[in-house]
Ligand binder design. Structure first.
Ligand SMILES: Nc1ncnc2c1ncn2[C@@H]1O[C@H](COP(=O)(O)OP(=O)(O)OP(=O)(O)O)[C@@H](O)[C@H]1O
Ligand SMILES: [Mg+2]
Length: 300
C-alpha cells in the first residue's frame, strides 16, 4: 500500500449498507454513505424519500434495522452505553420546526441542554450562551419568548441551541423551508459562518436547490430510500440523470443560471484548520464536557 494511503484517516462518518424499516416497510435501502471531516454535504430528495430518517439514524435517535454506522472508523455497535453517549455528544441537530420550548426565553432555550446534561456552573453556561448568541447576532433577543420571534430569528436560535455544546457535526433538517428567499440566503450564510468559525462538519437536508448549490461540497440525492446520485453540486445539477431532472424542474431553478460561490471555503481547508486546533484528535476535543459526561455515567 502507498504510504499516503496507509496514514489516511477513516471518514468521520460512514454508513455501510444501512437499512431502516418501519412495520415491515423499507424506508432506507442498504445505504453506503461517507462524510469526511470538514465537508458540507447536502442531502436532497422529495418528501418521504427518507431524509429525516437518515438524519435521525446519524443522531442516534433511531437504530438502523441492519447495516453499520461508523464514526472515525469505530463501529457504533461495538460501543457500550457510555462510549455511545460520548459519540452522540459530538453530533447536534437543527430541527426543521426549531423545537423551542414555548415557555422559556431565548437564553434559557439555548442554555437548556448545558444545564440538563453537562452540569456546568452558571457563569460558564452564561459565557457559552452569550458567545453563541453573539456569533449569530441575536444577543439582543436573549429575553424574548419563541412566540415573539420571526422565522429567521427562530432559525438562528435553533442553530445557537445546537451549537452551544460545541458539536463537531451539525445536521440541519430543512433549514430554509418556510423562509422567504432572502432569509433563506441569510441562513446559507449562517451555515457557512458556523462552519468557518467552529470548523463543524455539516450535513444539510434540504429541498432548496439554490441552498445546496451555494453551500455544499457534495450533494447526495435520495429517492425512495436509495441514493440515486452523488457528486459536487456543479456536476450534479448539470446532470441529465433522469432521477434528477424532475426534481430540478419542479424546484423552478435552472441550474445553468446558478453561479459558483466565490467565497466557499473548501472542506480541505476546514479539515486542516480543525487538525491544527485539535492536535490530539477528536477524543480530546470535548475536554471538560466529555469528562463531565463520563463522571456522570460512572455515578449513574
Ligand atoms: N417513526 C416512523 N414510523 C413509521 N413510519 C415512519 C416513521 N418515520 C418515518 N416514517 C416513514 O418513512 C418514510 C420517510 O420519512 P422521512 O420523514 O424520513 O422522509 P423525508 O424525506 O424527511 O420527507 P419530508 O421531505 O416530507 O420531510 C415516510 O414514508 C414516513 O411515513
Ligand atoms: Mg423530513
Amino acid at each position: 500500500m502507498h504510504d499516503a494511503q496507509a496514514v489516511r484517516p477513516p471518514p468521520l462518518i460512514e454508513m455501510r449498507k444501512v437499512s431502516k424499516s418501519f412495520d415491515g416497510k423499507v424506508v432506507l435501502h442498504e445505504l453506503d454513505f461517507c462524510v469526511q471531516r470538514g465537508e458540507t454535504v447536502a442531502i436532497i430528495g422529495g418528501s418521504g424519500s427518507g431524509k429525516s430518517t437518515l438524519a435521525r439514524i446519524l443522531m442516534g435517535l433511531e437504530k438502523p434495522t441492519s447495516g453499520e454506522l461508523l464514526v472515525d472508523g469505530v463501529c457504533l455497535s461495538t460501543l457500550d452505553r457510555r462510549e455511545l453517549a460520548d459519540v452522540h455528544a459530538r453530533f447536534a441537530m437543527v430541527f426543521q420546526h426549531h423545537a423551542l420550548l414555548d415557555s422559556l426565553d431565548v437564553f434559557d432555550n439555548v442554555a437548556f441542554q448545558l444545564r440538563d446534561e453537562h452540569e456546568l456552573n452558571e457563569p460558564e453556561i452564561s459565557r457559552r450562551v452569550t458567545e453563541v448568541l453573539r456569533s449569530l447576532e441575536i444577543q439582543d433577543a436573549a429575553k424574548k419568548l419563541p412566540a415573539e420571534l420571526s422565522g429567521g430569528m427562530a432559525k438562528r436560535v435553533g442553530i445557537a441551541r445546537a451549537m452551544v455544546a460545541g458539536p463537531e457535526i451539525l445536521i440541519y433538517d430543512e433549514p430554509t423551508s418556510g423562509l422567504d428567499p432572502m432569509t433563506s440566503r441569510t441562513v446559507d450564510q449562517l451555515i457557512e459562518h458556523m462552519r468557518d468559525t467552529y470548523l463543524v462538519t455539516s450535513i444539510v437536508i434540504t429541498h432548496d436547490m439554490v441552498s445546496a448549490y451555494n453551500i455544499a461540497d457534495r450533494v447526495v440525492v435520495l429517492a425512495s430510500g436509495h441514493i440515486v446520485a452523488e457528486g459536487d453540486p456543479r456536476t450534479i445539477f448539470k446532470s441529465e440523470d433522469p432521477a434528477l431532472i424532475p426534481f430540478a424542474l419542479s424546484s423552478g431553478v435552472d441550474p445553468s443560471h446558478l453561479s459558483p460561490h466565490a467565497k466557499h471555503v473548501s472542506a480541505e481547508e476546514i479539515r486542516a484548520r480543525w487538525a491544527k486546533d485539535h492536535p490530539h484528535g477528536a477524543h480530546r476535543s470535548h475536554g471538560f464536557v466529555a469528562w463531565l459526561r463520563r463522571w456522570k455515567h460512572r455515578l449513574s
